[in-house]
Design a binder for this molecule. Structure first.
Ligand code: FAD
Length: 305
């Protein structure tokens, strides 16, 4: 019996309510709309189910991949021989014990989190409203925009580690950096929930700021096409999009993948793009920008293997 058959049996015996799909296309779960089938994809709807599933996966020899909204992922065309776990069902969001604090499960979208904070009269998460990821993905990536970063508002993260079990890490222990965190070096750790500390604010003013930031996004980003947001990290002292534009790469196309005409920092799927198209376009952009400017562009988007 291979890992998938062993896991099917364990799920049937111990987690009969768990929704688990076979050969589920990753294209349905990534914002690039690209990627072949995941051997198994499961959708736990509470933390205990996720914890048990991960322990069963380990016993069965499966290689789990926990994803949020798949908005920073590029999955291979041939699919993944892995157990992909979607966190969308982990959706608890409530005020914390301290005044000004909130607790959110990994699967809560950043948009919902920011809306909730606004309704509670709490400011500090306006920047996150337009980022299409979840708390789990956002924590791992230290998502940020328009001068804000999650590291500014996170006070604690509960994560499950394969050997040590569930641990609470303080904001400091999370060692947040530019689009990275302590968990970047711990790819097997799984974020269960996070705590945020915010300041009192006027809901109307918060709503207005979120609206302004969304308008700026719509004006500058190709939101009408599938993508994974900024394809490259911001290189020290430069902007990836400006360098790409200066190198004449806007509109460059490989198969269905294109460097957006609207924003050079975005590779978009113009229809029918494969993972191979996108990776080749990324490679070409890196090579040309390096040759012409001497700057190395590092992908922000994560490649699933
Ligand atoms: C149109 C568009 C605009 C964007 N704008 C921004 C922006 O302004 N700023 C910005 O920072 N990003 C932006 N992004 C990128 C993306 O939304 C962020 O990186 C976001 O934080 C990813 O969240 P996710 O839930 O989609 O994570 P995924 O893409 O699902 O996963 C990202 C990584 O986190 C891991 N992960 C996810 N959940 C968990 C978990 N619970 N436990 C452990 N690991 C986990 C995954 O394994 C993967 O390695 C944009 C993307 C798009 C498509």
């Amino acid at each position: 019996m291979d890992w998938a058959a062993r896991l099917d049996k364990q799920i049937k015996d111990y987690l009969p309510d768990l929704r688990c799909l076979r050969e589920e296309p990753m294209a349905k779960h990534t914002s690039f709309r690209v990627g072949g089938p995941a051997r198994r994809m499961a959708f736990p709807d509470r933390g205990e189910q996720l914890v048990l599933l991960l322990s069963m996966a380990r016993d069965c020899g499966a290689r789990p991949l926990v994803i949020g909204n798949g908005t920073n992922l590029l999955a291979p065309d041939e699919g993944v021989d892995r157990l992909v776990i979607g966190t969308g069902g982990l959706s608890r969001l409530e005020p914390g014990e301290e005044p000004g604090s909130l607790v959110a499960d990994a699967g809560v979208s950043l948009a919902r989190l920011a809306d909730f904070a606004c309704k509670q009269g709490l400011t500090g998460l306006e920047f996150a409203h337009g980022i299409p990821g979840t708390v789990g993905g956002g924590v791992c990536m230290n998502a940020g925009a328009y001068g804000g970063e999650l590291k500014q508002v996170i006070t604690g993260v509960s994560a499950l580690f394969p050997e040590e079990g569930v641990k609470r890490l303080t904001g400091e222990q999370m060692a947040f950096g530019y689009r990275r965190s302590f968990l970047t070096d711990e790819p097997e750790a799984v974020v269960l929930h996070a705590e945020f500390h915010l300041s009192p604010g006027e809901p109307e003013a918060i709503r207005e700021t979120m609206g302004d930031l969304m308008a700026r996004r719509k004006a500058s980003q190709p939101l009408e096409w599938p993508s994974a947001g900024s394809t490259f990290k911001r290189p020290e002292g430069h902007f990836a999009g400006t360098l790409i534009d200066q190198c004449g790469l806007k509109g460059r196309t490989v198969g269905g993948a294109q460097v957006s005409e609207k924003h050079g920092g975005f590779v978009i799927n113009r229809g029918g793009a494969t993972c191979a198209d996108i990776r080749e376009l990324i490679r070409q952009v890196q090579e040309i920008v390096w040759e012409k400017t001497g700057v190395r562009l590092e992908p922000e988007v994560r490649f699933v293997d």
